[in-house]
Design a protein around this ligand. Structure first.
Ligand code: CO
Length: 175
């Protein structure tokens, strides 16, 4: 008789557990999660394969941007515009992207004497990722390159004496 009662109680408990189990299953939530997955993927895919950035240099020895941002793997077209009037000989501007860890002071000093190579010091060329030609007032130039791996880079103008004022950050964000 004792055993029978225990059996009945166990059976009842099992039924309650089963009904609880099916009661907590929320089918709509599961399908909601499934639906958000393609949305996240679409956001990732919306990062453009290429990007065009324009930076200006003026007669006051200034770039108009202190920071530029791209995404890893993007094809970058960089346009440098000299919006001033002074000629290249006195107010030349270029855009030089340097590898992380490059000592800007050392590079800038070396550039001052690199008169035959557009103020790009050839003994430090391994520190340069990409650079434009030097231009004067009213001119513009563009270069296209693949964004380097994610990280923080520096860009400068390497015209003698300009790197102190004409420098900024080039941020490559992860994909
Ligand atoms: Co300059």
């Amino acid at each position: 008789m004792m055993n029978y009662k225990i059996y009945i109680l166990s059976f009842t408990a099992a039924i309650m557990l089963l009904s609880c189990g099916s009661g907590t299953e929320k089918q709509p939530e599961v399908s909601e999660k499934v639906e958000t997955a393609p949305l996240e993927a679409a956001v990732e895919e919306s990062v453009p394969a290429s990007v065009t950035l324009t930076i200006e240099g003026n007669d006051a020895m200034q770039f108009n941007l202190k920071e530029m941002k791209v995404v890893e793997g993007q094809k970058v077209t960089l346009i440098l515009k000299h919006v001033g009037k002074l000629p290249m000989a006195t107010m030349g501007h270029n855009w030089v992207l340097l590898k992380p860890g490059t000592d800007i002071q050392t590079f800038g000093m070396a550039a001052m004497t690199a008169t035959d190579t557009d103020y790009i010091p050839q003994d430090m060329i391994d520190q340069v990722i990409i650079h434009t030609k030097m231009i004067g007032g009213g001119e513009e130039i563009s270069i296209t390159f693949d964004a380097p791996k994610m990280g923080y880079y520096k860009f400068i103008c390497s015209f003698p004496g300009h790197f102190g004022a004409m420098q900024g950050s080039f941020v490559v964000e992860p994909k």
